[in-house]
Write a protein that binds this ligand. Structure first.
Ligand code: AMP
Length: 419
């Protein structure tokens, strides 16, 4: 015997039994269909990677979260913490795949994080990567697809908080902290999780006056319409960037959903330009996020390849849908439960089952080890729609009794009529 505690899955992981699993399967279908409408194709890669590949551009806090192990030959490996890195790795050697590459995935990733509400150690991500284009249209495509995905699964009231790393970096430089860019970005990434005063304290500690640090935190904390972003960018001398965001804000679907939120910087070190995250009211965690990572592929292949993408957290999105009362997906119901009373009539029951299955119905044929009463109870508990009874008298007359389990009604149907 194994103790009860060990029968539960390891901390931060979950068992997906059918009630749960079919929700994932539904989401997989909706999101995959959406990606394919934009010409994206599905990929899968190994669960584990060379540790060196994973660690290359993750940043210290993410490296801490990598499930690391050595295999029996002593290779240093790790479980993937996202799919952007594996896809970048694949495309770094598959130079034959025509650029731009449009790929998507729906799969598991692992992070050794502190498990809590909405934070698991093993979870599913759906995401897309658009590799090989640095144009503003590529940014627009990814943001439009992101919005479309959230709309199609039915998330209500979400906003997409958009920023550009180059804008915050310019601010950081303006405050005289160009030598501490990464530290400032990591500090800003904590905004919302720790009080603003702590952020000010931490930035002041990097060598600027507290008042200046306060000013900077206030400045990045302001959320404005995406249409105001170009103006703010021009103010700090980023004219070209401003033109890009003008074009982006003009894309209808993006203009409707996006706000400019300069404190959104994202935790991963590989981001270089556009970054974004989506939030819904009364749910503190991001349900999805993404951005541009124009230098990542070059680290692996030496070939400069602009790229961007996003990932949507499947668990969190399902949770939000449930909170919003918009999740009515469950396992499929059995259409017919067939109960054959006498062993010698089994083949008639079997024939009936095959006929129904050929027509696409879900059919369970009773295994012959329970009473009629117990079979009825079981059929009810597994949610069968109809209970078919083939007794000796029915068999003689070439009919079956069909009970509608929802309505509680019963009728006699010719055996041939059913199949
Ligand atoms: P990230 O690249 O970290 O922003 O992850 C993309 C999305 O994955 C997030 O917006 C979340 O929805 C989801 N996600 C990230 N970390 C976790 C986690 N530990 N547990 C569940 N979902 C997560």
């Amino acid at each position: 015997m194994i103790g009860e505690a060990k029968l539960r899955p390891p901390r931060g992981t979950r068992d997906l039994t059918p009630e749960e699993y079919y929700r994932y399967a539904w989401m997989e279908r909706v999101l995959s269909d959406t990606a394919e409408l934009y010409g994206y194709l599905r990929v899968e890669t190994p669960a584990f990677e060379h540790f060196e590949v994973l660690a290359a551009k993750a940043g210290p806090s993410v490296v801490e979260e990598i499930y690391y192990f050595r295999d029996k030959a002593g290779r240093e490996l790790g479980l993937r913490f996202d799919m952007t890195v594996p896809i970048a790795r694949v495309l770094a050697y598959r130079l034959d795949v025509p650029r731009p590459v449009r790929w998507y995935y729906f799969t598991k990733v692992w992070r050794y994080d502190e498990p809590q509400h909405g934070r698991y150690r093993e979870f599913y991500q759906f995401g897309v990567e658009l590799v090989g284009s640095g144009t503003p249209r590529a940014d627009a495509e990814i943001l439009s697809l992101f919005v479309d995905c959230l709309d199609r699964v039915g998330v209500e009231g979400y906003v997409v908080k958009v920023n550009d790393r180059r804008y915050v970096e310019r601010l950081i430089d303006a405050y005289g902290l160009s030598g501490r860019r990464d530290d400032v970005l990591r500090t800003l990434d904590k905004r919302g999780k720790v009080p603003d005063d702590d952020l000010v304290e931490s930035i002041a500690g990097m060598g600027i006056a507290r008042a200046a640090a306060r000013d900077m935190v206030d400045r990045v904390s302001r959320e404005v319409s995406i249409r105001e972003a170009p103006h703010m960018m021009r103010e700090v001398g980023l004219g070209e960037l401003a033109d890009r965001y003008e074009a982006l804000a003009a894309v209808g679907r993006i203009g409707e959903r996006a706000v400019f939120a300069p404190y959104i910087v994202r935790g991963l070190d590989y981001y270089t330009g556009l970054v974004f995250e989506s939030y819904v009211p009364r749910y503190g965690l991001a349900i999805g996020g993404g951005g541009r990572y124009d230098d990542l592929l070059e680290i692996y292949s030496g070939v400069s390849t602009p790229a961007l993408g996003f990932a949507i957290g499947v668990e969190r999105t399902l949770e939000v849908l449930a909170l919003q009362g918009r999740l009515d997906v469950g396992p499929p119901r059995v259409d017919y439960y067939i109960y054959v009373f006498r062993g010698e009539h089994y083949s008639a029951g079997e024939g009936l089952a095959s006929g129904l299955r050929r027509r696409g119905y879900r059919v369970v044929l009773d295994l012959g080890d329970r009473s009629l009463r117990s079979a009825l109870d079981y059929a009810n508990r597994i949610g069968a729609r109809r209970f078919v009874f083939l007794g000796p008298r029915e068999y003689e007359r070439g009919v079956v009794k069909v009970r509608d389990m929802d309505a509680g009604t019963e009728e006699e149907v010719p055996l041939g009529g059913l199949a």
